[in-house]
Design a protein around this ligand. Structure first.
Ligand code: NZQ
Ligand code: ZN
Length: 384
């Protein structure tokens, strides 16, 4: 196991009826800006729950954060914060709202052009405090210090990070996810699954506990995924999916082990250039990446086959093939196509995707830094 230091300061408040805890989690002297997306929270009752929990706080609101949140939208929120003096941000929504809120929190305190946080990786030295009410289990953003924003002027989707961006708390009420459209349920399950895989399916370093955690999350998602779609108001199922998604990317399973993330970084270019959902990009790329890197990932692929999919018979090549097929079949069973052609993306689009990876310096990806632009192109060809 590698050396590591692990700290996650986000208080996780889990379960039905926990929304009322907002009142005590945010100090009464704070002026709260509630940040949300396109309006789903107004239809499913979450907005009303938040507003009644904040009845003794001074608060305002900023709606309209788009999926794959945009830089300019975030800047409008920053203007409002500066004009009206908000000093606590509450994200209410999915990963896009949580990410945008982190970016807004950093930008409101940034000395210089906030675009540099994205384009130049400028260091985030200060940020407004924030909390999250999560309505879509997927990204883990509710208890990690990461975010991804899109610059729609340049069609670039860029990640940022800052340890001051950990939410102070996250409220995880599985009933707030009942209203999700099937497409977003599926996207979320795939995102959480692939987060786990990116921190597990690399090479063995003797990290037994991290492996068991990761296998447990993968198994839980595989077991509960189909029922999350067929039985949307099943609390038990939604609770297991929600907790899995949070645990998949809050630092715990990734401590002391190698990380991959090549599937994610290639996926970001597909979203930026072709507007695919984040979960769709992962469903397409992961099986192809497993196939392309089967030699480098051999030991972990065999472990994954056995521990997650109970594939133990046959020779090594056959077991690896079956594990890749099981992964693809799982994503397809959630209604998400694993082929680029289903999203209208063809061979002629690949060069521009590779150029974008090169522009963003994504030229040595993966746990061995050997996913070069040439390998990424091969992976994309396998996805067609
Ligand atoms: O905007 P509203 O109206 O709220 O609708 C949203 C949106 O249209 C809807 N939705 C959310 N909760 C709902 C609901 N509809 C009905 N009922 C509910 N309870 O779902 C749509 C998608 O929401 P979005 O927040 O975009 O989805 P998700 O949570 O999958 O977030 C995706 C974003 O997170 C980034 C992705 O790149 C993408 O931009 N990621 C963030 C990460 C992180 N911070 O660590 C890691 C991930 O790998 C990922 O890159
Ligand atoms: Zn992801």
């Amino acid at each position: 196991m590698y050396n590591f230091s692990f700290q996650n300061p986000t208080r996780l408040i889990f379960g039905e009826g926990q929304m009322a805890r907002l009142a005590s989690e945010i100090p009464k002297d704070k002026k709260v800006l509630v940040i949300y997306g396109g309006g789903s929270i107004r239809k499913n009752g979450v907005y009303d729950q938040v507003s009644s929990a904040l009845s003794e706080h001074e608060w305002g609101e900023f709606g309209g954060i788009e999926p794959n949140p945009g830089f300019h939208t975030a800047m409008k929120a920053v203007e409002k914060i500066k004009a009206e003096g908000f000093d606590f941000l509450l994200a209410v929504g999915g990963g896009s709202v949580a990410d945008a809120t982190k970016f807004i929190a950093a930008s409101a305190c940034f000395d210089g052009d906030p675009l540099h946080i994205l384009s130049k990786g400028a260091r985030i030295r200060a940020a407004l405090p924030l909390g999250v009410v999560l309505t879509l289990p997927a990204t883990g953003s509710e208890s990690n210090p990461n975010g991804v924003m899109t610059n729609y002027d340049t069609h670039e989707k860029l990640a940022f990070y800052g340890r001051r961006l950990f939410p102070q708390f996250a409220i995880l009420d599985p009933t707030a996810t009942y209203s999700l459209p099937p497409r977003q349920v599926a996207n979320g399950i795939i995102d959480a699954y692939v987060h786990t895989v990116e921190q597990y399916l690399t090479f063995p370093v003797g990290a037994d506990l991290q492996d068991r955690f990761a296998e447990g999350i993968l198994r839980t998602l595989a077991d509960n995924g189909p029922a999350a779609l067929s039985d949307p108001e099943n609390y038990r199922v939604r609770a297991n999916v929600m907790w899995s998604a949070t645990m998949a990317l809050n630092g715990l399973i990734g401590s002391g082990v190698p990380h991959d993330w090549s599937t994610h970084f290639i996926g970001h270019e597909l979203t930026a250039l072709h507007n695919m959902d984040h979960g769709q990009t992962l469903a397409v790329i992961l099986p192809a990446m497993m196939a392309e890197k089967r030699e480098q990932k051999r030991e972990k692929l065999l472990q994954y086959a056995s521990e997650v999919w109970k594939i133990n018979d046959g020779d090594e090549e056959g077991r690896i093939d079956q594990a890749i097929e099981a992964t693809r079949a799982f994503f397809e069973s959630l209604g998400v196509s694993t082929r680029l052609s289903s999203y209208g993306i063809k061979q002629q689009h690949i060069p521009a995707l590779i150029e974008a990876l090169e522009k963003h310096n994504m030229i040595a990806l993966g746990e061995h830094q050997d996913v070069t632009p040439e390998i990424s192109a091969k992976v994309l060809h396998r996805c067609l």
